[in-house]
Design a protein around this ligand. Structure first.
Ligand code: NDP
Ligand code: 2IT
Length: 445
């Protein structure tokens, strides 16, 4: 496999799509060896076929705000690969959304979903719509306008969207309502649904819980636990909230959270009612964490900064892509951080990732660490198909087991000759092998 040639061609075909190039390069670097050992992949054109999405739908989303002004946003759905199951992946509503970001997310989703052991292909979608400061009725009208286009290409056996940044229970409710009206059927087509109409228990917490379950397995390889460890968390959204709950349960102390405005350091720990306060902060739709330090005066707010300068044992980035750069990574390592587990998608730049790997600290990449969210979406699809609902304990036990199994797969494919586990390689190779073999079985399509 000629990695540089493949990357040059990709960059030529899709100029300027930097996040997409970044995600593809990372996977290709990891799988180069297994591809060279398995010439059948090359002769079936697996690499050329896997790095391009099956199709991309882009559409305009016109909607009217509460004052009667008309706005036009862009909508997208990237159906990347359905070798092992229907396209599956979230919808992101954030002003930074563009095709490059959705293609990176859709590409990574292929391998993440393969790691879950459940039958789900990879996809992603969203819009550059900014939910910040919007009223509920504006959000409803936007979701309805978005679904007016999206519904034609999704379905429980075709493509099953879910939430991501800016899309959670409320938005899924509005999207599902419109889908149901247009399609004239109740179907398990979106995940993250409300509990009363097909949703699964634990789905809101699942990504954060899964992140901490995975980090717990990583720590266990060094005979360590969360007990007494300090933890830096970024973000204050859905994933960060779930992670904070689970770290507390496991005896760790979360000392930071962050937003686009800066980060908060709370030496007493973000516990109990303070974790629930994160939900209140999110619900204000104002995009800021500064009010935390006013509500809890023992905390300090650091404007415009990221939490990686705080001395901690464990770092759980749970906000967004490329939020840890090389400098941040060096600071974390120098301060004795022993474990970085990515709750967000691609939060470490390639340079930061290499700092972690070269320092041989425990480093868990997003597609393994945060797979608990989509895995629980898969469990929601199963419950919908069976027309049954499992208890909280049943779903949590299944989620926990899936994270243990993903960790095992990473160790199997990522253990180096010196015993160090390269989880990046492990996750990429394990996910790739499953999808590539399915593509081989299905012929050139
Ligand atoms: P939320 O919208 O609930 O929260 C996202 C958090 O990140 C918010 O604090 C948000 O602030 C912040 N954020 C977003 N963009 C930026 C930016 N450009 N700069 C700084 N901060 C930013 O999203 P989730 O918690 O659902 O998602 C967080 C991460 O986890 C994302 O990377 C997502 O892809 C990933 N993920 C989510 C899963 C899920 O099931 N929800 C599953 C697996 C991964 P603000 O909105 O104010 O900008
Ligand atoms: O990045 C992700 O894995 C998600 N946003 C969850 C996707 C899903 O389909 O549940």
């Amino acid at each position: 496999m000629d990695l540089n040639n493949i990357m040059n061609e990709l960059v030529k075909k899709h100029p300027g799509e930097l996040e997409y190039h970044q995600a593809v390069r990372e996977v290709l670097e990891s799988i180069e060896e297994v591809v060279n050992e398995n010439p059948q992949f090359e002769s079936a054109g697996i690499i050329d076929r896997i790095i391009e999405p099956d199709r991309v739908l882009t559409f305009k989303v016109p909607w009217m705000d509460d004052e009667g002004n008309v706005h036009v946003n862009l909508g997208y759905r990237v159906q990347f690969n359905n070798a092992i199951g229907p396209y599956k992946g979230g919808l992101r509503f954030h002003p930074s959304v563009n095709l490059s970001i959705l293609k990176f997310l859709g590409f990574d989703q292929i391998f993440k979903n393969a790691l879950t052991t459940l039958p789900m292909g990879g996809g992603k979608g969203g819009s550059d719509f900014n939910p910040k400061g919007k009223s509920d009725t504006e959000i409803m009208r936007f979701c309805q306008a978005f679904m007016l286009e999206l519904w034609r290409i999704i379905g429980p056996e075709t493509d099953v969207p879910a939430g991501d940044i800016g899309v959670a229970g409320k938005e899924i409710g509005f999207l599902y309502g419109m889908y149901k009206k247009l399609q004239r059927e109740h179907a398990g087509v979106l995940t993250g649904k409300g509990l009363g109409w097909g949703g699964s228990l634990i789905r809101p917490e699942a990504t954060g819980f899964g992140t901490v379950y995975f980090a717990k397995e990583m720590l266990a390889t060094k005979n360590e636990t969360f007990e007494g460890k300090t933890v830096a968390l970024s973000g204050f959204g859905n994933v960060a909230w779930g992670a904070a709950l689970k770290v507390e349960e496991f005896g760790g102390k979360v000392v930071t959270l962050s937003g686009p405005d800066g980060y908060v350091y709370d030496p007493n720990g973000i516990t109990g009612e303070k974790i629930e306060y994160m939900l209140e902060l999110r619900a204000t739709n104002m995009d800021i964490v500064a009010p935390y330090a006013e509500e809890f005066p023992e905390a300090t707010f650091y404007e415009g900064k990221r939490p990686w300068e705080v001395k901690v044992d464990v770092a759980l980035p749970c906000a967004t892509q490329n939020e840890i750069n090389e400098e941040d990574a060096k600071t974390l390592v120098a301060n004795g951080c022993m474990c970085v587990a990515e709750g967000a998608n691609m939060p470490s730049t390639p340079e930061a990732m290499h700092v972690f790997l070269n320092s041989k600290i425990l480093f868990g990449p997003a597609k393994a660490v945060n797979a608990g969210g989509v895995a629980t979406s898969g469990l929601e699809m199963t419950q919908n198909a069976m027309k049954l609902a499992w208890t909280r304990e049943e779903v949590d036990a299944k989620l926990h087991q899936i994270m243990v199994d993903i960790h095992e797969a990473c160790v199997k494919y990522g253990t180096q000759s010196d015993g160090y586990v390269d989880y990046v390689k492990g996750a990429n190779v394990a996910g790739f092998m499953k999808v590539a073999n399915a593509m081989l079985d299905n012929g050139i399509i």
